[in-house]
Design a protein around this ligand. Structure first.
Ligand SMILES: Cc1cc2nc3c(=O)[nH]c(=O)nc-3n(C[C@H](O)[C@H](O)[C@H](O)COP(=O)(O)O)c2cc1C
Length: 358
């Protein structure tokens, strides 16, 4: 506990002021290179794990047949090209979602495409699904052994060639099938706020066409759908109804907020929190028999994670909390979560899921 508070102070007063003076995308790229390099060294993994990782049986659970040591995952978009899967477990995450990955290599939108908004503890993201593409990334991960569950976030290539519904579905399926035997679950990302043609698969009819194809190519892995926080509850109900029809296993709420007036791109962090919680509560109240829920957006502390779990999430994900708070927040969230669960008399995390609604 003492060690993590020292690391927190070091991040706040030393590392963060340096990082926050530099271009955000360059910092992101440097961190990826460093993380990849450290992940290749056994000693680095050991030392980082020693200082950052928090373990407690109360946090471990099986969800959809997958074992999670703890419920805190790295959300899609940080490790776009799946280069950090070795180091992420040492940082203390219980799972990682790589990507989003698209059918073809995708350069993303023109730079600049990432901004910080410290006043609202947010990032504005306009990457536009930059990634190496399904073929190269699946080759990179093929036959690798992972020490935590890995989710693969599948999206459609951001270019004008995938604007028609047929071409978009083909692109999704190319990526989905490339990973059929890699990782532990898949997420169909229908909510990228920064791609050509908007979010066409938030429309239930088009979503049905996409999901029927996913159904036809279905692998052994559970499938999640990642939702936009900008949808009305009626739209969310229609999407969930369609997802149920095609036996989708879970929903992730949510992606970046697109409705704002700060410029192009979607907002992460605190501006997502209230939307994300509202969406989760609505879905849990109406579809708890049908889906497992992952809550994402504005999780910065153990209290935030606990609130999401009590409102129906089995798992949570984050990126922005780690960027503003430092890598030790992952262990801190897990430690505080374990303490809050014990304080409320729970013996196991699964007992707290959805209790706020009962
Ligand atoms: C830099 C960055 C890139 C992102 N890229 C993706 C992406 O490729 N696919 C996706 O589903 N979500 C992406 N997201 C959204 C996150 O997965 C998450 O839904 C959102 O940031 C809210 O979580 P947070 O507040 O903990 O950051 C990205 C977020 C950030 C900050």
């Amino acid at each position: 506990m003492f060690a993590t508070s020292v690391q927190g102070l070091l991040y706040k007063y030393v590392a963060k002021p340096i990082f926050f003076r530099k271009d955000p995308e360059k910092v992101h790229d440097h961190v990826i290179r460093l993380g990849k390099w450290l992940g290749e060294k056994r000693i680095a993994r050991f030392v980082i794990s020693f200082f950052l990782k928090y373990e407690n049986e109360i946090l471990s659970q099986d969800v959809l047949g997958i074992h999670f040591q703890n419920p805190v995952g790295l959300a899609a978009g940080f490790d776009k090209n799946a280069e950090l899967y070795r180091i992420i477990p040492s940082v203390g995450f219980g799972f990682e979602e790589v990507g989003s990955i698209t059918g073809e290599y995708c350069e993303g939108n023109p730079k600049p495409r990432l901004w910080r908004h410290p006043d609202i503890q947010s990032l504005r993201v306009y990457y536009g699904l930059k990634n190496d593409g399904a073929t190269q990334i699946s080759k990179r991960l093929s036959k690798k052994r992972f020490t935590i569950p890995i989710g693969v976030s599948v999206a459609k290539t951001n270019c004008k060639e995938t604007i028609s519904t047929d071409a978009a579905i083909k692109d999704y399926i190319k990526c989905y099938t490339a990973f059929s035997s890699i990782g532990d679950y898949d997420t169909i990302n229908i909510s990228c706020p920064n791609a050509h043609g908007g979010q066409p698969f938030s429309d239930p009819e088009r979503l049905g066409m996409l999901l029927s194809q996913i159904h036809e190519h279905r692998s052994r892995k559970p499938v999640f759908i990642k939702l936009s926080p900008d949808l009305s509850l009626d739209e969310v109900r229609d999407i969930a109804t369609m997802a149920k029809k095609y036996s989708i296993d879970g929903l992730i709420c949510s992606n970046l907020v697109k409705k704002h007036d700060l410029g192009k791109g979607g907002l992460s962090g605190k501006p997502v929190a209230a939307h994300s919680l509202e969406l989760l509560s609505y879905l849990y109240k109406n579809f708890s028999e049908d889906f497992v829920f992952i809550s994402c957006g504005g999780v910065f502390t153990g209290e935030d994670a606990y609130e999401r779990i009590r409102h129906g999430a089995s798992l949570v994900q984050l990126i922005t909390g780690m960027i503003y708070g430092g890598p030790q927040v992952v262990g801190e969230i897990n430690r505080d979560l374990a303490m809050l669960l014990k304080q409320d008399g729970f013996e196991h995390i699964s007992e707290a899921v959805g209790l706020a609604h009962h």
